[in-house]
Write a protein that binds this ligand. Sequence first.
Ligand SMILES: [Zn+2]
Length: 438
Amino acid sequence: MTFDRIDMKALEEDLVRIRRDLHRHPETAWTEYRTTALIISELEKLGLPVEFGPEIHVPEKMFGMPSEAQMEACYARALAETDRPELIEKMKGGFTGCITEIQGALSGPTVGIRVDIDCNDCDEATDEKHAPARDGYASLHEHCMHACGHDAHTAIGIGTARILCAYRDVLPGKVVLVFQPGEEGLRGAASLTATGRFSECDYFFGAHVGLGISVKENLQVGAVVASSYGFLSSTKFDAVFHGKAAHAGASPDLGCNAIAAASAAVVNMLAIARHHDGSSRINIGTFHGGTGRNVIPDTATLAIETRGVTNEINEYMEKSAIRVLEGAAAMYGCTVETKFMGSAGSVVCDEELVDKTVKILEQTEGVTKVIRSGDFGGGEDVTTMMQDVQAHGGQVTEMILGMPLIAPHHNGRFDIDEKVIGLGARVFASLALELTRI
Ligand SMILES: [Zn+2]
């Protein structure tokens, strides 16, 4: 469909402005205070009701929370940077993200649309070749960067709301628009899902910009992949080794070396036999341990993630990793405890909804190429919401918005083609408006 009720050029320019503001002020999982306040302000301008704060979360399902010191520092930073401190105060403790509902004038289904809003733990390139640095909107926050395009996703969500509000009289049913915190590390979706908020959705859509298929197929903005496969099921967990400190020179035999145990575990986890049923991954991303040069280290911590192309293969990798961790700890007289930090399963998009999505995309202004299905090639905790919608009889799909990439996702040189923002908003709005007319 075309959107002749709206000055799309002006809308797109404004969404780019919002995206650049978000890019300049990136916030990692569970600290998206300023980001959420900005989204709420935008939704309020449209007269939309916004749910946010503890009411949209289940605290026991808020996985992988940062340390208290980090939470405090990010909260203080957000208060200093926002023009809506009263909103941020309600989110204290990491209760970030928000949900709005756009009620149409016509009867129809409930359609869920989800965008994610957090940034990566990553430092942004600072040289002139990197557009955000050259044009003055590079990250102001150390070790935080929107290197996965969630700043674009957030702007797309706001754009979708603006378009749908202009077409409420012809909107069938209701749109539940979700701005999810903590996608990185697969930490945020479970908490929002556990409230039961998405079980009423008849249809549910997500989308990600770029990804491997954009590189492989040389996709430009305008190319849209209507559904994804190959979501890697993934578990994130920390392993903490406890040993016994001793004088490294006088009595090393009295100690139990936690770094030695953790090192043995690292090497042997990387050697876990691969599963014959499909691809799997394991990564040990950080390793911290010890207290001093001449002390037998009594503690070591590893940040680990496993992945599998099915839930079963991921489970196999996770169980094997835990067996290795326990074996390595025993070898050195240490103990090990594991701390669950986040997870997401694999999901199969619903063909019936994909059929409809393809047809609607083919008629959407700005869409120049429609690919029915593409390899997502990674984990995404939108699958947690999608599984819940499917369990309650709804249908789901996760799209990929094609975009040329000059650097990989999660890299300090990652950048988006800003034209994808207006396109993404058009795509989501078209789907909500046309779903019952196809
Ligand atoms: Zn992402």
